[in-house]
Design a protein around this ligand. Sequence first.
Ligand code: NDP
Ligand code: X2W
Length: 350
Amino acid sequence: MSETKTKVGIVGATGYTGVELLRLLAHHPQVSVAAITSRQEAGKHIADYFPSLRGVYDLTFQAPDDAQLDQCDVVFFATPNGVAMKEAPALLAQGIKVIDLSADYRIDDITTWQHYYKMEHASEEWVAKAVYGLSEWKHADIAQAQLIANPGCYPTCVGLPLLALLQANALNSSSHIIADCKSGVSGAGRKAEIGTLFSEAGDNFKAYGVSGHRHLPEIRQTIAAFNPDIAKKFTFVPHLTPLIRGMHATIYVELNEGIDALQVLQEAYQDSLFVDVMPNGSLPETRSVRGANICRITAYRAPETENNQWIILSVIDNLVKGAAGQAVQNMNIMLGLPENTALNCMPLLP
Ligand SMILES: NC(=O)C1=CN([C@@H]2O[C@H](COP(=O)(O)OP(=O)(O)OC[C@H]3O[C@@H](n4cnc5c(N)ncnc54)[C@H](OP(=O)(O)O)[C@@H]3O)[C@@H](O)[C@H]2O)C=CC1
Ligand SMILES: CC(=O)N[C@@H](CCC(=O)OP(=O)(O)O)C(=O)O
């Protein structure tokens, strides 16, 4: 039966999101991983690099130019920003489906993208054709897409609850949205950086990107699709926490009188496979989603406030629903497969 399987390539398979794709796709009955790339580990067998995958795959890392990615049906780019915009167009021209986990195709406005990413864009023509793959909100577009711009982790964690409120027209027009977010260090990737060393990030807590994080324009763009005025009144501050995986967003919003945020969220996601709206009084915690393609959300009416002020809590695993899991979910939608294929793994506790 293997000849009928979809052949998948992963560019950047030694990174954190790359190995997470490998972990998830190992359980995918309709997919065969055919090519994995790494420039630094080219020639090394996967089992020698990732003992966690011993006996699961018989594959060797190849340099991207040698990997025959053009023989694949779907190629994931799990590479730093700036790689897919140069390498994906040649594959797209051959009809291959591409899912880019980086930010290269996420921002419609090229000037804004170039400002935040500090490089020239190399394939602007594909930005217009890419579908922003926030799976729960773009299902029909994703199903028709050839190129998916997989959302960033913060934009997923913040966007899922906010879009439900925006769709319901729940936000007060004078509301200023504040998203106070925390990420584990794997969000920064596997590359060596002093800030993510154990002795720097462990037993420490700090904000970063306060003067303008790359995900600010991405979240603004998501909000603006529903309400351009509210998009201008949005503040986002990320923080680095000494977690390996996990992301937590605390979002402050003012809603129109009489609107119950929890009810809006429950209605929006009542049929969702991967967004769990928890009951009144719950506290979503990062370990309740660790390793799983789930976003857990709840909402509290802010105590002792005169206006209809709400506090929304949202958690994801940055590597799963925030990256590789959502990418596999998008691939399933593109291929017309059940959306949860290979994505039913439970969170890991403790
Ligand atoms: N980590 C996270 O939580 C999230 C990450 N993302 C995005 O996903 C992408 C991957 O992130 P992550 O896995 O954390 O990154 P890592 O730094 O962990 O891995 C990057 C991978 O890309 C390869 N690579 C680096 N440069 C190039 C290049 N020029 N050409 C081809 N391959 C290259 C690396 O291998 P080698 O150098 O050997 O080629 C490595 O396998 C990034 O764009 C990131 O912003 C999105 C959401 C969440
Ligand atoms: C902790 C940490 O450093 N997190 C990363 C998360 C960004 C990410 O991975 O998203 P992109 O795909 O948009 O690059 C950061 O803030 O840059």
